[in-house]
Design a binder for this molecule. Sequence first.
Ligand code: THU
Length: 128
Amino acid sequence: MENEKLVNLAKTAMIHSYSPYSRFKVGAAALSDEGSIYTGCNIENASYGATMCAERVAIYASIAAGNKNIKKIAIVSSSDKFTYPCGMCRQVMAEFMQADGIIVLSQGEETKEYRIGDLIPNVFHFSN
Ligand code: THU
């Protein structure tokens, strides 16, 4: 039920994807430990490096609203295959999710679930 709601919100966010260069649409919905949900889509730029992934848009929206603990994030895309988060998004997820935080991938009628701790083992954390 929770997954279905997140996936549906991610699909709605994907409608707003700005992806004229890759024509690859992505949507994401991040659930905080307080129960609030923030969504994102990928936003590309003519200067390709300025492109932002859907997952980070959703996570950063949550941070900006004051919710720094994400417990689950759903990801959908326009591809006919499951879309896994890129390395940079995994690193950002690891910053704001516990190792047992869940990533839900949806494609067609199927879903897959992963723990962020498994998608980015031995993650870099800064300490001094
Ligand atoms: N993209 C995402 O939004 N999330 C990912 O995890 C991988 C890639 C976007 C960035 C770019 O707009 C397009 O997909 C192709 O790389």
